[in-house]
Unconditional design. Structure first.
Length: 426
């Protein structure tokens, strides 16, 4: 991507925990624009077409609008940057926090202005030690800056900006589990509604967005919605961070226009497959989504286009596998990850992921029976939406997709039909 069009990873913005350096390259301009017209912040995000980058792709402005409108019960409102990033194949947020933490913090502070929130939290996975190390001095610098004083003057009350280390558990990234942890409890997901924007931490309105989402905000406010929209290709808006890994020559983090094709990501930017390897499939958006194959290489990588292929862009993680790689083995690894990370609160999830993992390992090691395959198919119909969060749905989705796309690897005929299977869970 042309550096002039980069929004998040432009080399000039990789200043680390140095607020003075950040302001020299235009940092703070987005916050000043927000303070000048706080009532227009949400409308600008709507015009920009920014969507949440944590996986769901939900329009950002809708979350913000709900949080702005929500009434505080005891005088507090919260803004939370969810940086619990812990899913296999996803490594975008830690790069932002390590290399350009002020870009993220400024986005959080703009959200505080928009919502008139007096509590701002950077919720960070403690396993990302370099992220924590960068954020601590960066937060302190903001707390002693003239811009911070201007925010407090606008709010009419002190603003608390703090770093809170997460439990380090995968489930801790689910937004209601975030709330539970910040309230001092175990990160157990809760049923919705109420949604966090209505009743979050301590029952107060709480806006929760992903790290990448917040990082986009300062440039949108500083340069305008049209500038951001024009970064995308076709009808897509802005840029996206793609975590490319697996059997590619040049794995890494790429910022590309939203709408870049899967073919271009893998073969132009990623350098193509490892020598002697042939492309087989890609797990899109991390291990909790459906597989795309060679027939899908033309798909534009944006939320709408990938959804039309019965998959999800998710976090932007792209895990590429080559011919000769066992799909059953990879799926077994991912389902085992989900089983190990179930919080245990919902019996269908805890027991279901365990049984899926057990059966998959039987199939993978060659001792699976027809009854095991029938049990897998039955669980795929019974388990979806049986938990308080989407963990069990993610495990079922990747299994379903592999059964449908590569039935022969399970010892099933290629023309096998799966009546009752949903095309995409969650």
């Amino acid at each position: 991507m042309n550096q002039a069009n980069q929004n998040l990873l432009h080399p000039s913005r990789m200043v680390g925990a140095d607020l003075a350096a950040w302001r020299k390259v235009g940092g703070g301009e987005g916050l000043l624009a927000a303070l000048a017209e706080p009532e227009n912040i949400v409308a600008k995000l709507q015009d920009a077409g920014l969507c949440g980058m944590g996986g769901a792709g939900f329009p950002t402005w809708r979350k913000w609008e709900a949080a702005v409108a929500a009434e505080s019960r005891h005088g507090d409102k919260y803004v939370v940057c969810n940086a619990n990033e812990d899913e296999p194949g996803t490594f975008k947020d830690r790069v932002l926090l390590e290399k350009t933490p002020h870009q993220v913090i400024e986005g959080v502070l703009i959200a505080a202005v928009a919502c008139r929130a007096n509590k701002a939290v950077l919720y960070v996975n403690p396993h990302q030690t370099e992220s924590v190390a960068a954020l601590k001095p960066a937060i302190e610098q903001w707390q002693h800056s003239d811009l911070f004083i201007r925010i407090e003057n606008y709010l009419g009350k002190p603003l608390e900006l703090q770093l809170v280390e997460t439990s380090g558990r995968y489930i801790g990234g689910e937004e209601t589990a975030v709330i539970s942890w910040l309230e001092g409890g175990f990160p157990f997901p809760r049923r919705k509604p109420p949604f966090p924007a209505e009743s979050g931490v301590n029952g107060e309105p709480t806006l929760i967005n992903n790290t990448e989402t917040f990082a986009n905000i300062p440039q949108i406010l500083a340069k305008g919605a049209a500038w951001y929209r024009d970064l995308g290709l076709g009808d897509a808006c802005g840029t996206k961070l793609y975590s490319l890994s697996g059997d590619v020559l040049n794995p890494g983090l790429y910022e590309l226009p939203m709408g870049t094709t899967l073919q271009s990501l893998i073969f132009d930017h990623g350098g193509g497959m490892l020598e002697g390897r042939t492309f087989k499939a890609v797990f899109t958006g991390g291990p909790s989504n459906t597989l795309l194959t060679a027939k899908d290489l033309d798909v534009p990588l944006d939320f709408v286009s990938v959804r039309e292929r019965k998959s999800s862009l998710g976090t932007g993680a792209m895990i590429v596998i080559s011919e000769g790689t066992s799909v059953v083995r990879k799926v077994a690894e991912y389902v085992e990850f989900f089983a190990a990370n179930s919080c245990g609160q919902c019996p269908p999830c805890k027991g279901g992921t365990f049984q899926l993992s057990r059966l998959l390992n039987r199939v993978d090691t060659g001792i699976g029976t027809d009854d095991d395959l029938s049990a897998l198919q039955s669980l795929c119909q019974l388990l979806p939406r049986s938990g308080r969060c989407g963990l069990i749905d993610g495990a079922v989705t990747v299994l379903q997709s592999s059964l449908r796309t590569f039935p022969e690897e399970y010892g099933l005929p290629a023309e096998t039909e799966y009546s009752g299977f949903t095309e995409q869970q969650g």
